[in-house]
Design a binder for this molecule. Structure first.
Ligand code: SF4
Ligand code: SF4
Length: 339
């Protein structure tokens, strides 16, 4: 049954609407290599990540699948409009001022955070650029990363999965990617005006920066069992973007508030994921034991549902007001165990 007031795909699309199912997306998975193999699942050797699904289609073996997922989404007018080049993704870069203004790293860090939080960002953290965050074949020429988080509207996200009759959750994802892009483009111009270099990384398409490990190091949250981050305020209901810069900045520290421990005994996302893509235990990937989602199982359903998102919507941390209560509960339990 159609819900009133919902965004909707267009069966009258001039190119002819083709509704792809998980099965038809599965047929486009490359025969030569699985996502797990490509990501070096099970490999005890530490290594940098290789350009993957959201990188330019000709740079990686999942390009045909990526294009099919994007084309499927773009048949829906509201999703297409939100991802179009006419959508507001922030200002163009200005010329860098020739002479850098002088402040201490801690002064610049405070100024940058204040600016970001007043200009579209809901979370901001700083970390030094590390090679392990940089995809193979890419470089990031600046020593600091400013990681930005933009909160999603949980009630809209919770309408996931999107269907041809109701694309609200997919449109919400697209709108928040645009907001995250605006946040880094405004901040980038602030940095350029101060006389420093700035390179933006707006999502969802990927280039040099593997955002999640950098955002964890910058204090935006912990990795959850569903493969996304969990923040102490917004749970998993937020999107990331980033800036690399040579502005002198003080790094933040990772924020370990108990989400990883909580995941050990929680099965909400594993049970909620329709294709059973979420491993219940940590797995070894490129030399690190961590929570891991099976790309080959997730992506066909992700494609069919125009971006899925069930796991991040269902995660208890994402429900408004719940994260602070969970943190209190975990802290009380910890102090009981220690006393
Ligand atoms: S739903 Fe539960 S197990 Fe999954 S990420 Fe959230 S807290 Fe962790
Ligand atoms: S996005 Fe959907 S299919 Fe993918 S892991 Fe999350 S719930 Fe499962």
């Amino acid at each position: 049954m159609k819900k009133s007031g919902t965004a909707k795909c267009d069966p009258q699309h001039p190119d002819g609407y083709v509704h792809r199912t998980s099965e038809t997306f599965r047929e486009i998975l490359p025969a030569a290599i699985s996502g797990k193999e490509f990501c070096r699942y099970g490999d005890p050797q530490e290594s940098r990540p290789k350009p993957f699904f959201w990188h330019p289609a000709d740079e990686q073996p999942f390009g045909d699948l990526q294009q099919a997922v994007i084309n499927h989404q773009r048949q829906c007018p509201e999703i297409a409009a939100t991802y179009s080049r006419h959508a507001d993704r922030g200002p163009r870069p200005i010329e860098k001022a020739p002479e850098p203004q002088r402040n201490t790293p801690s002064e610049w860090s405070a100024l940058v955070k204040e600016f970001a939080l007043s200009n579209q960002a809901d979370l901001v953290g700083i970390t030094p650029t590390r090679l392990e965050y940089v995809y193979e074949g890419y470089e990031i020429p600046y020593p600091n990363l400013i990681m930005i988080g933009v909160a999603m509207d949980h009630a809209t996200l919770a309408t996931a999965p999107s269907t041809i009759d109701d694309t609200r959750s997919a449109v919400e994802v697209a709108q928040k990617y645009n907001k995250a892009a605006r946040a880094v483009r405004y901040l980038s111009n602030y940095i350029l005006a101060a006389g420093y270099h700035a390179k933006t990384f707006p999502g969802p398409m990927a280039t040099a920066l593997n955002m999640i490990p950098a955002a964890i190091q910058a204090g935006l949250g912990e990795l959850g069992k569903h493969g996304s981050m969990i923040n102490r305020q917004f749970g998993s209901s937020f999107r990331l973007s980033a800036i690399a810069t040579d502005m002198p900045l003080d790094p933040d520290q990772p924020d370990i508030f108990g989400a990883d421990d909580f995941c050990m005994n929680c099965q909400v996302c594993t049970k909620a994921c329709p294709p059973n893509a979420i491993f219940p235990e940590k797995q070894t990937v490129r030399g690190t034991k961590k929570w891991y989602v099976d790309f080959d199982q997730c992506i066909p359903y992700f494609g069919e549902t125009f971006a899925c998102g069930i796991c991040i919507a269902e995660c208890p941390w994402s429900r408004p007001g719940v994260a602070p209560r969970l943190i209190d509960k975990l802290a009380r339990r910890k102090s009981r165990l220690e006393s």
